[in-house]
Design a protein. Structure first.
Length: 143
């Protein structure tokens, strides 16, 4: 069986299409976030402790009030994306963006990088990963 016959046989063509579709579905999350991966909770705490990263919590105000990373500021994801958020003038300041599960913060990181904030990072897994890792949360009024 030569290559042309192999790929034109209906069963083999169906298997090939199934393999391609599976590969695309597996790659979709990476492609959707622009190939960038979020920081683990360990990497995030190191960024906060060593580089004084500012933590921006993108969750709704009610969720923020239930508990947030210490010294985090509650900021609207829409404001971050449209450039109206109160962000540091120094665009080299490290920023750590946190949402519920990491999806919204990844989109905001892309927007911030387009605005020149090259040191913007998302917390992989979001606030849920932070809590699951047993890291401290604050229930103070926040900022």
């Amino acid at each position: 069986m030569n290559a042309v016959t192999f790929f034109t046989h209906p069963v083999n063509a169906l298997l090939l299409l199934t393999a391609l579709a599976s590969g695309l579905l597996l790659a979709w999350p990476t492609l959707r976030r622009g190939g960038a991966r979020g920081l683990s909770t360990l990497e995030a705490t190191q960024l906060m402790n060593r580089k004084n990263a500012q933590v921006l919590d993108l969750r709704a105000a009610a969720r923020f009030a239930e508990g947030h990373i210490l010294n985090a500021r509650n900021v609207s994801a829409k404001a971050v994306q449209d450039g109206s958020a109160d962000l540091p003038k120094n665009k080299s300041v490290p920023l750590l963006l946190v949402c519920d599960a990491g999806q919204r913060s990844a989109a905001c990181v892309r927007a911030l990088k387009e605005q020149g904030y090259e040191a913007a990072h998302a917390l992989a897994g979001g606030h849920a990963a932070w809590v699951a890792a047993g890291l401290p949360v604050s229930k103070s009024a926040g900022q």
